[in-house]
Design a protein around this ligand. Structure first.
Ligand SMILES: N[C@@H](CCC(=O)N[C@@H](CS)C(=O)NCC(=O)O)C(=O)O
Length: 233
């Protein structure tokens, strides 16, 4: 059964897209335009009633939440070695993913979606103002965690590309100057050198299909040789 990942450019779905590319197994990727509200269409709400990306469908099952999707991909394609199996190292990877989704994501949401936290406009303005200093503290902590080439030390693992999401949100959306974060910058360079990361970025950059609705984005490799329609089951 070909899994389908619903994602949006620049979103927290990125590490899931990278994990599928790293796994090297066939999958379909469907891009949603969040700014246009495609996550709130009845078609997508039938897939993920929470109206968020990422969502991964596998047969009749739908998995939501990036951390769960990453674990599912890692366990489904063990040959890709995306998460450690040794219990302590595995716990470290889950510790990172949990922190990313429970704390770092939420700090950025304070800026992107303050109305989720309060209906009061004054409170919303304060939440937005507080987001950048809080994000800087978290970036400091992330930078100091990177004592090796990768988050878990010498070996790449599935949480690593999450750092590109935070980099992009910090730099592009909050306007945070990223040069002081030298370890994050070196880590980003290493990420950008990985073919799976390049393929995920190419999928994000690919034009959406011509039809309205949720049309699969062809893989960059397939686009060279096949008509996009060939990707449809
Ligand atoms: N904790 C969830 C967060 C999902 C989430 O908030 N996704 C954002 C993109 S990063 C989204 O779909 N936003 C659309 C919206 O809020 O309308 C996860 O990690 O999957």
């Amino acid at each position: 059964m070909t899994p389908t990942l619903y994602f949006a450019k620049g979103s927290c779905a990125f590490p899931c897209l990278v994990a599928l590319e790293e796994a090297g197994a066939p999958f379909r990727a469907v891009a949603l335009d969040l700014a246009a509200g495609e996550q709130t269409t009845s078609t997508y709400l039938a897939i993920n009633p929470r109206g968020r990306v990422p969502a991964l469908t596998v047969g009749a099952a739908t998995i939501t939440e990036s951390a769960a999707i990453i674990c599912f991909i890692a366990d489904s394609y063990p040959q890709a070695d995306l998460l450690p199996t040794e219990p302590l190292a595995r716990a470290r990877a889950l510790e990172l993913l949990s922190w990313f989704v429970s704390t770092i994501q939420v700090t950025f949401s304070q800026f992107f979606r303050p109305a989720r936290f309060s209906e009061e406009e004054l409170v919303q303005a304060q939440l937005k103002r507080d987001a950048a200093p809080r994000a800087r503290q978290l970036l400091d902590e992330l930078d100091s965690l990177l004592t090796g080439a990768w988050l878990l030390g010498d070996g790449y693992s599935a949480p690593d590309p999450y750092l590109m999401v935070f980099w992009r949100w910090a730099e592009d959306r909050l306007g945070i100057e990223m040069t002081p974060y030298s370890r994050l910058a070196a880590h980003r360079k290493r990420l950008l050198a990985r073919p799976a990361v390049q393929a995920a970025l190419a999928r994000e950059a690919a034009p959406k299909g011509g039809r309205a609705g949720l049309t699969p984005v062809p893989s960059p490799r397939m686009r060279k040789t096949q008509h996009p329609g060939a990707m449809l089951d």
